[in-house]
Design a binder for this molecule. Structure first.
Ligand code: ADP
Ligand code: GLC
Length: 481
C-alpha cells in the first residue's frame, strides 16, 4: 500500500472556482484503493458553504512558527465517497467571500502558511505519505520546505514530491526580500537556479525545481510550455527538466456528469435517445432565460471564467456578425469586468439571441451543457480544459482552438471520412474562429444526419478518469522511494 497526499487550494465538493477543484476532487476517486491510500488537504475557507462545513469534524489544533509569529493551525477532517479530506483552519488567512483575492502579497503569505501547515500536520494526523502531490503555485513551497527543513526530521525523510501544473500563467511571484521574510527560507534559496525569477521570487518555480517529478494536464500543453510563447518565463527550466515532465490529460467524473442521471436537468437523455430527448432541455432553457423559443435554432453554450485565457477577444471582435446568423448564445461566467460587460451588452442588443448569465451556478452550467447544440471555447491557451469534455459527454459539439488539451481531446470534423467529435481552428484569429462557427452552423442546418452521427461519436468517446488515473498510478509506482 502506498500513501499519496494531495495538497491543493481547492477541491470539489467543498470549494471550487475552476477546473483545478474538479481534478483534485475527482481524480482520487479513480485511483485504485487496493494499492493507494489517497488523502487530500485543502484550506478551510470561511466561504465554504454551511452544508459542506457541516460534514467537517474538528480534530485538534496547535501553533506553528510562521512569519515571525506563532500562527494558529486548526485541523478538521471529513470523508466523502471513501476519500479522506483534511482542512487547515486559520481565519486570518482563509476568510473573505472567495478563496482568492487580488492582493498578491497577501495571497503569497496565505499559501506559504498553507504549504508549511500542510507539512506540519502530518505527524499529528498520523498520515505518512510516500508521495506528496502538489497542485499549482499555491503549493509550490511544499517541495521546497520538504527538502529544506522537514527532511531533517525522520518522519519526513524520503518523502517524494510531484508538482502538477494546471496553469502556468499563475506563479505566485513577488519581491524577493519580502518572500524571504515571509517564508523564512535562507538566502541560498533565492538564486536564479532556485526560487529567483528576474529578480523576484517565484513559488511555482520553487515547486518545479524541488519536485521529483513534474506533470501537466495534457500532452500538448506539456510540449507548449517548453516554448517561449506558452512558457511564461519558465520554458528554459521546463525544457531542462523535460525528462521529469509529462503530460497526463484530465478526465471528468462520469457520475457527476451524466445526462442520463443528472439531477440538474429536466429531461434526461442518453446516447440512444438524444435525437428526441436532448432538444427538450433546449426548449426549457430558452423559456427559462427568455430567449426566442424555437427547437430548430442552433444554441451555442459558453461556461467559463471570463478571462483573457479563454479567447473572449475573438468573440468580441465578431459577435455582431455572428448575431446576424440563426444562432443563440447562452453564456455563464464571471471574471474580468470588461468581458462581463461585453456579454451584458450583447444580451441587451440581441435580447432574443444572447443570454448573459454573469454568476456562478453548478445547476445552470449543467443545464447549458445539456441544452446547447455546440459549445464555444476558443482559448488563447488551455492546459487541459474540462468544459469541452463535459460538452462531449452531453452530446454538445465543441468548437475549439487547437491548443493544449483542446487539441488533445477534440477531434476535428472530417467531412470526407465522416470522422471527428467537434470543430477546431488553429490560429488565434477572430475570422478563423467565425469561419469555423459557420462551418458548424452549415452542418447543423444542412445535414442533420451527419451532425447527429457526430453526436454519436462525441458521446462514445471516453474521458472518464479510468485511463488517466492509471497513468498517475504508474508515476506513483515509478517514484517508489
Ligand atoms: P478553468 O479551470 O481554466 O476555469 P476548465 O474548463 O478546466 O477551465 O474548468 C472549468 C470548470 O468550471 C468547469 O467545471 C466549468 O463547468 C466550471 N465553471 C466555470 N464557470 C462557471 C460558472 N460561472 N458557473 C458554474 N460552473 C462554472
Ligand atoms: C486550469 C486550466 C484548465 C484545466 C484545469 C484543471 O484551471 O486553465 O485548462 O483544465 O486547470 O487541470
Amino acid at each position: 500500500m502506498k500513501n499519496i497526499l494531495f495538497v491543493a487550494s481547492e477541491g470539489v465538493p467543498f470549494i471550487k472556482t475552476g477546473g483545478l477543484a474538479d481534478v483534485v476532487g475527482s481524480l482520487p476517486r479513480d485511483i485504485d484503493r487496493r494499492y493507494f491510500d489517497v488523502r487530500i488537504i485543502i484550506p478551510k475557507y470561511t466561504c465554504i458553504s454551511q452544508k459542506m462545513k457541516d460534514k467537517m469534524e474538528y480534530m485538534t489544533s496547535f501553533y506553528m512558527d510562521f512569519h515571525w509569529k506563532r500562527e494558529y493551525v486548526g485541523i478538521f477532517k471529513a470523508e466523502v465517497d471513501g476519500i479522506k479530506y483534511y482542512f487547515i483552519d486559520n481565519e486570518y488567512y482563509f476568510n473573505g467571500p472567495k478563496p482568492y483575492c487580488d492582493d498578491v502579497k497577501f495571497e503569497i503569505e496565505k499559501f506559504a502558511f498553507f504549504s508549511k501547515a500542510s507539512l506540519s500536520i502530518l505527524p499529528v494526523i498520523e498520515f505518512h505519505p510516500d508521495i506528496i502531490h502538489c497542485h499549482d503555485w499555491q503549493t509550490g513551497l511544499v517541495p521546497v520546505y520538504l527538502k529544506e527543513r522537514f527532511q531533517g526530521n525522520d518522519f519526513y525523510r524520503g518523502i517524494k514530491a510531484i508538482m502538477t501544473i494546471h496553469n502556468l500563467k499563475f506563479q505566485g511571484r513577488w519581491d524577493k526580500r519580502l518572500v524571504k521574510d515571509i517564508t523564512g527560507l535562507p538566502d541560498m534559496y533565492f538564486t536564479p537556479d532556485k526560487l529567483e525569477m528576474f529578480g523576484d521570487a517565484d513559488l511555482l518555480k520553487g515547486g518545479i525545481v524541488y519536485a521529483d517529478a513534474i506533470t501537466t494536464v495534457s500532452q500538448t500543453y506539456a510540449e507548449e510550455i517548453k516554448t517561449e510563447f506558452y512558457g511564461e518565463g519558465l520554458n528554459g527550466l521546463l525544457k531542462s527538466r523535460e525528462a521529469d515532465l509529462r503530460g497526463i490529460v484530465n478526465g471528468i467524473d462520469y457520475d457527476d456528469f451524466n445526462p442520463e442521471t443528472d439531477k440538474y436537468i429536466e429531461y434526461p437523455y442518453n446516447a440512444i435517445n438524444f435525437r428526441k430527448e436532448k432538444v427538450k432541455n433546449k426548449r426549457a432553457l430558452q423559456k427559462e432565460l427568455g430567449l426566442s423559443q424555437d427547437d430548430r435554432t442552433m444554441m451555442i453554450g459558453i461556461v467559463s471564467r471570463l478571462t483573457d485565457q479563454k479567447g473572449f477577444d475573438l468573440i468580441s471582435c465578431v459577435m455582431d456578425e455572428l448575431c446576424q446568423d440563426a444562432v443563440q448564445f447562452v453564456v455563464l461566467g464571471t471574471g474580468t469586468e470588461q468581458y462581463e460587460n461585453m456579454f451584458r451588452h450583447f444580451a441587451w442588443k440581441y435580447s432574443d439571441k444572447v443570454s448573459a448569465n454573469i454568476y456562478y451556478s453548478e445547476a445552470m452550467s449543467h443545464k447549458i451543457y445539456a441544452a446547447s447544440d455546440a459549445f464555444l471555447m476558443p482559448s488563447l491557451f488551455e492546459p487541459c480544459g474540462l468544459s469541452q469534455l463535459m460538452s462531449l459527454r452531453y452530446g454538445t459539439l465543441p468548437i475549439v482552438r487547437e491548443t493544449g488539451g483542446l487539441k488533445d481531446t477534440v477531434e476535428p470534423y472530417n467531412k470526407f471520412e465522416s470522422t471527428g467529435t467537434g470543430f477546431s481552428f488553429l490560429n488565434y484569429n477572430a475570422h478563423e474562429m467565425m469561419r469555423t462557427v459557420r462551418d458548424a452552423e452549415a452542418l447543423y442546418y444542412d445535414n442533420r444526419r451527419e451532425w447527429n452521427k457526430m453526436i454519436d461519436r462525441a458521446m462514445a468517446v471516453d474521458f472518464s478518469w479510468k485511463v488517466s488515473a492509471s497513468k498517475y498510478q504508474e508515476m506513483y509506482d515509478w517514484l517508489r522511494p
